[in-house]
Design a protein around this ligand. Sequence first.
Ligand code: SF4
Ligand code: SF4
Length: 234
Amino acid sequence: MPHELQTFLTLDQAIDAVAADFGQYGPQPDLFCKIGPLILGNDFKTGISNGVKRAWIRPNRNHPFTPVDDTALGFYFIHALETSKKNAASIAHICALVFETSVRPGVGEGRSGVWIESRMDDFVCKRCGNCCRRLENTCLREDRQLWERLGRSDILTWVKEEQLDTGEVQYRIWIDPQTGKPAESCPFLVQQPGNITFYCTIQPVKPLVCWEYPFTKKHAQHTGCRGFEVNDTN
Ligand code: SF4
Ligand code: SF4
């Protein structure tokens, strides 16, 4: 789990992180209504279309406002952020709303960017195993190389190498070698005997994506992680 209290991102990295958030959590209408004016200014408004509250945008002052669905709006926001002049204070404000945490503009390694609080300080893993079920994820080439060096064919057999259209290779985990489909639960997740908690049988060599989960409090709350529950009885 990540325990750094703050992470620095350059402005370009921050926009990439916002795009990743949109991709991961899908349309977020309430959030989009808040960040719309920050990204598009007077070219964004909300209004009613077919009896439903929608976001409306106009490409420029010479065009009328038109309603836009939230998926398209997410792409429009990212395009606007990538192509406009970047202002650290404005990007920090947007990141604070997107990541539901405190974000301040600042400098890291001599570059302008934003400092993002992880809000992970009150995280305690409850060992519920939720993060290890219904996984559709990828591991790094470095994870795979480690398992190869260690001769861990028991792990490698659950990794599927795929060639992307871009020419890149991705390593999907955990893919059932019998069915070729994602496993319903990680094959290395085991319940503690006589207990309702779970543990990882490959803990020392588990992939980085598992070490880093959850990335943020929002990530935890959107993916069924119980690490922020306070009245846990385990
Ligand atoms: S490798 Fe370990 S931490 Fe990662 S999903 Fe499997 S059981 Fe969970
Ligand atoms: S879902 Fe959260 S609380 Fe549960 S085992 Fe995973 S990290 Fe721990």
